[in-house]
Design a protein around this ligand. Structure first.
Ligand code: BGC
Length: 754
């Protein structure tokens, strides 16, 4: 189809009708011109294709599909290939089901453990979220169907989700909340981007030209169409002008008419309408010309794949006395409702009608010596004495007890935030009592975001299983018995208590205003800077084997920010089992003019090692690894100086460190005035050279003067130096520099010109 020609043959009404959906899930057709409708659907960890009556909250049933592990779990894999493969599986399903776009991945940053949708998001860390976004999108789109990376941007709370205004400073947006979108656009070109419900610094994402056009298209080079989150449109005309191409779902023609009127009244350029239509039709055409409904969708095979993936995502948090892996022949008390009815996905638009579910008890079928006790009720928080007594008795009679616990559906979901980080009382009480009855108690958790663990000292082992998809029970069994050596790492910090979290004082906001007060200090960036104890740090996870690191090498001791730095390190499996390690690379600026985190993740690699085997892992660092977002030049900027290159097992377990000197090659514009202080000019060699003649005449301003003993007591050398540094240039005029005010002003202007 010649899209431009077809658009030129459309009436204004027809064009405007294309700017919103025809119903909940379809774009608008124009039969007269052979323009076909395309279907989109949720997303992100499987298909939620609703055939009949659509809704965006997962209330009405959708087709049977495969629920892969959710993003909170796949992020813990730290495995780009795994996430890519998951994308491929979803892409095949889309082709089979004739979907042009699957709505995801959801990549918002986990600002607080309270966000109801954390289970759908990857991480508190922008680098990890970015890498996995790229993999997910590339995987899906390798099947010639599109993705819709969401929710752009700063959508890190559910509270007042359609009216909240995220007030985030420029640097924080660029360093924390944008990179997952930025990297995805630059490296994977998602076919579509979904704008978020919320406002950003006062303007709805859906009508924000800076966000949707300047940043997304002009800076990052986005080529697809921007779709609104379902119902995110307030002023449709402003949206078209800002770069929102498709409104979803249908506005029943109301907004289409508004756009027609705006064009007729000269308030909106028709070219912008044409542009939006062209973008939508281009993406639709890309799908239609590659549609392959005969693509097989083998759900059982995907179920098996989902099991393998879920096992690779599990994080072993504690394993005292090597109580895990379980040994064949040990008698086992399996306790907890989640052992027969696993919680494996979250509620809302991502909810999948799973074609099959495997619980831990299903996976243990036929294994002798296994007893089951329910332990708690998922409908209430109240401990049930009878259920606990039954569980305690089962635990007492078994070699080991495995409690499957976590968060019930009502504790976290799309649509609202959590109020606290606690597990239900009935589970906490159960864990304590079972642990008293059996010293070999193991807890498996199914939850979408961190929980407080006041019981952690009572149990021998803990596995964080997150929300592991429909095959989670099989995966749990594989990890418990060591058929899969656990290799997940936490993609977020687990604070000891909610109050420790950096967003605690402002999360959720006051009324509709949510100020992101902690700035760039999200997650471990805050805990590490404050040297605060956490329950489990970012990047943490154990294995049934052990790894040693050695021989950290840098390709240079000194580089320019236009060069790359190669970092290599050797990792050896020193235990007796094959296993996988996640090698993490953090960079820290040792001294900086701006507040910077102690360390930031800038590389990771997951490697498989047999016992005794050594592999060399190599990373390439570019300017971005050292840069911060400078708000004077509105760009990435490297400040010259020493940086630490740290290799760690987690953000708190750094095993090898080396320094590199990086020379920044960008000169910040000189914008001195007579009020600029000496301290700021002293770092600028050129400026100091130009100031020299003036300073030589001004002892008061620049040098220590001869003082009496009494004066020495009143004014220490440190104080004199400090006062001198903080003096504005104009002091040179007042205090005897051989320069007049006008001469100084002229000199400053000359310095600014360089
Ligand atoms: C959610 C999106 C989802 C859309 C369609 C919205 O409520 O925020 O993530 O893709 O509904 O179901």
């Amino acid at each position: 189809m010649d899209i431009k020609k077809v658009i030129s043959e459309m009436t204004l009404e027809e064009k405007c009708s294309l700017l919103s959906g025809s119903d909940f899930w379809h774009t608008q057709p124009v039969d007269r011109l052979g323009v076909k409708a395309c279907m989109v659907s949720d997303g992100p960890h499987g298909l939620r294709k609703q055939d009949q009556t659509g809704d965006h909250l997962g209330i009405n049933d959708s087709i049977k599909a495969v629920c892969y592990p959710t993003a909170c779990a796949t992020a813990a894999s730290f495995d780009r290939d795994l996430v890519y493969a998951l994308g491929e599986g979803i892409g095949d399903a889309c082709q089979h089901e004739e979907l042009s776009v699957v709505l995801g991945p959801a990549v918002n940053i986990k600002r607080s453990p309270l966000c109801g949708r954390n289970f759908e998001y990857f991480s508190e860390d922008p680098y990890l979220a970015a890498e996995l976004s790229v993999s997910h999108i590339s995987g899906v789109q390798s099947r010639n169907v599109g993705t819709s990376i969401k929710h752009f941007a700063a959508n890190s709370q559910e509270h007042r989700r359609m009216s909240s205004d995220a007030r985030v400073d420029e640097r924080t947006l660029r360093e924390i909340y944008f990179p997952a979108f930025e990297q995805a656009v630059k490296r994977a070109q998602p076919w579509t981007v979904m704008c978020s419900y919320n406002k950003i610094n006062g303007t709805y994402a859906s009508e924000n030209p800076w966000l949707l056009t300047k940043v997304l298209r002009d800076e990052w080079g986005f080529k697809g169409y921007v779709v609104s989150d379902w119902g995110a449109v307030s002023d449709r005309v402003a949206g078209v002008a800002a770069g929102l191409d498709l409104e979803m779902p249908s506005s029943n023609g109301v907004n289409d008419r508004r756009v027609v009127e705006a064009v007729r009244a000269g308030r909106l350029d028709e070219k912008l309408v044409d542009q939006a239509v062209e973008r939508i039709l281009t993406i639709n055409q890309r799908y239609l010309s590659n549609a392959a409904p005969s693509t097989p969708w083998d759900k059982d095979a995907q179920h098996e794949q989902a099991r393998q993936m879920a096992a690779e995502c599990m994080v072993l948090l504690k394993n005292e006395d090597n109580v895990l892996p379980l040994k064949e022949g040990e008698s086992l008390a399996v306790i907890g409702k989640f052992a027969v009815q696993p919680r494996f996905q979250g509620g809302g638009s991502s909810h999948i009608n799973s074609h099959r579910i495997t619980s831990l008890m299903d996976a243990l079928e036929g294994v002798s010596g296994v007893t089951y006790a329910q332990g708690y009720d998922i409908k209430t928080e109240e401990p049930d004495e009878a259920l606990i007594a039954e569980a305690v008795a089962a635990a007492r009679n078994a070699d080991k007890a495995v409690i499957v616990a976590g968060l019930p559906d009502s504790f976290e979901s799309e649509g609202y935030d959590r109020k606290h980080m606690r597990m239900p009382n009935c589970q906490v009480e159960l864990i304590r009592r079972v642990a008293e009855a059996n010293p070999n108690t193991i807890v498996v958790l199914y939850n979408g975001s961190p929980v407080e663990m006041p019981w952690i000292g009572c149990v021998k082992a803990v596995i964080e299983g997150y929300l592991g998809g429909q095959a989670v029970g099989g995966a749990t069994c594989d990890v418990l018995y060591g058929r899969v050596n656990p290799c997940g790492r936490l993609p977020e910090s687990f604070p000891i208590k909610l109050e420790d979290n950096p967003s605690y004082l402002s999360y959720g906001g006051e009324g509709n205003v949510a100020v992101y007060t902690e700035g760039v200090f999200v997650g471990y960036r805050y805990y590490d800077k404050k040297k605060m104890d956490v329950l489990f740090p970012f990047g943490y996870g154990l294995s049934y084997t052990s790894f040693e690191y050695s021989n950290l090498r840098l390709s240079a001791e000194k580089i320019k920010d236009t060069d790359t730095l190669t970092v290599t390190v050797d990792v050896t499996n020193t235990g007796s089992l094959a296993g996988k390690e996640v090698v993490q690379l953090y960079v820290g600026d040792k001294e900086s003019e701006v507040f910077r985190p102690v360390r930031e993740l800038k590389g990771f690699e997951k490697i498989a090692l047999n016992p005794g085997e050594t592999k060399t892992v190599s990373f390439t660092l570019e300017k971005r690894a050292f840069a911060y977002w400078n708000t004077t030049i509105h760009d990435w900027y490297v400040e010259s100086g020493d940086f630490t290159i740290e290799i760690g097992r987690s953000s708190r377990d750094i095993v090898l460190v080396k320094d590199v000197y990086v020379e920044g090659t960008t000169q910040l514009p000189r914008a001195y005035t007579v009020d600029s202080i000496f301290m700021d000019l002293m770092k600028d060699e050129k400026a100091m050279a130009m100031l020299k003649p003036m300073m030589e005449g001004s002892a008061h301003v620049t040098e220590e003067s001869n003082t009496t003993e009494a004066a020495d007591e009143a004014i220490t050398k440190e104080m004199a130096e400090a006062m001198m540094m903080y003096n504005p240039l104009r002091m040179a005029v007042n205090f005897g520099g051989n320069i007049s005010y006008d001469e100084l002003a002229a000199l400053v202007e000359q310095i600014n010109k360089g």
